[in-house]
Write a protein that binds this ligand. Sequence first.
Ligand SMILES: NC(=O)c1ccc[n+]([C@@H]2O[C@H](COP(=O)([O-])OP(=O)(O)OC[C@H]3O[C@@H](n4cnc5c(N)ncnc54)[C@H](O)[C@@H]3O)[C@@H](O)[C@H]2O)c1
Length: 386
Amino acid sequence: MKILIPGMDGYIGWALTLHQLSLGNEVCGLDNFSRRKNVDEMNSHSALPILSIEKRIDYLEKKFPGKFSFYEGDLLDSHFIDDVVKRFSPDAVVHLAEQPSAPFSMIDQEHNIYTQQNNVIGTLNLLHSIQRHVPNTHLVKLGTMGEYGYDPGLEIAEGFFEIEFRGKKATIPYPKLAGSWYHWSKVHDSNNIMFACKLWGLRCTDIMQGIVYGTRTHEITNENEFTRYDFDEAFGTVINRFCAQAVTGYPLTVYGLGGQTRGFLALVDSIQCISILLENPPHDGEYRVVNQFDQQYGVRDLAEKVQKVGKTLGLDVTIQTKENPRKEMEKHFYQADHEKLKKLGFENTRSVEEEIKLILEDLLEHKERIESKKDIMFKGIKWNKK
Ligand SMILES: NC(=O)c1ccc[n+]([C@@H]2O[C@H](COP(=O)([O-])OP(=O)(O)OC[C@H]3O[C@@H](n4cnc5c(N)ncnc54)[C@H](O)[C@@H]3O)[C@@H](O)[C@H]2O)c1
């Protein structure tokens, strides 16, 4: 299979590229390196050292001769993406190239507009190029469980649900009640993708992905293969942040009551799920939505899990409640369907505790990189700043 991966240089993109090349597929990556720049802006860096893009390209070209190509460029440049899609003519596109941080989008007006523009216009450019040059290709787009919002007060369906209103029944998209500018950009993407499927007969899988954590996949076996691992307030996801805090003796930062419940999955399983979906494409014109997560946990429960696993490694982990800078419910009902991937064969690779242990072991090897940036651990980016 020929797979185009916009966002190849990112946390998931690099790991997915290694995996797909290992399977014998041909991969073309593209990236504008905005993740590296945005983490710099937060005055942080990846806890695990990663190769420069030049070294990454060199590494992949040597390890997988004739199977890998790369283009530097921006999805906002419609001529650039059009040219790449036309030249590479992919069987599938896994679109990861977005600004993925809710707190980053909430910093101020500029960061909101940047996020909306980058994500929404980038996806539209890609859709138009696919329609023009490879209308039968399978677009796999990374959205987020956060599109539904976390407190709809009902169980969350997998994309669509049946409703009865004034005596008539219909199957319609499950309502989206996102809670940050970033999450709304993903909702807008989903609407645009759904319409493109209807209008042009494209086939797309829109993944409502849970929060990803972890350092390892089957293909990450040495330091050259490390994927980035961020722990700052904007780009570190919650388990990854807690683990980075744990290895440096920084109290785990639980916001408010810590009852915020979310779906989670390990990086190795995110890669597994995307790969399963690539092997099982939707039919022409189908807009398929899958909820991609393994288990749901409350934030405080996760902090306690990290504390418990940390203890087995001799770490003295404390938990500190912080005033919640976000506008969100701190305790709520949450129950989301996630059956489609299981039906296609998804099984988790490890338990969350086993994964946390691996993360802590990997981070302990590079503890000084986190210690050197300890002052950026909590800035309190506010959701309702004027
Ligand atoms: N990591 C998670 O927990 C998580 C959870 C749910 C959904 N997602 C989604 O998965 C996708 C990948 O997430 P990630 O954690 O790997 O993020 P990431 O920031 O590490 O990767 C995104 C990559 O895309 C690139 N990029 C961004 N805008 C671009 C543009 N306009 N043109 C070209 N390249 C561009 C960035 O430089 C980066 O390398 C994102 O769409 C994100 O919203 C991630």
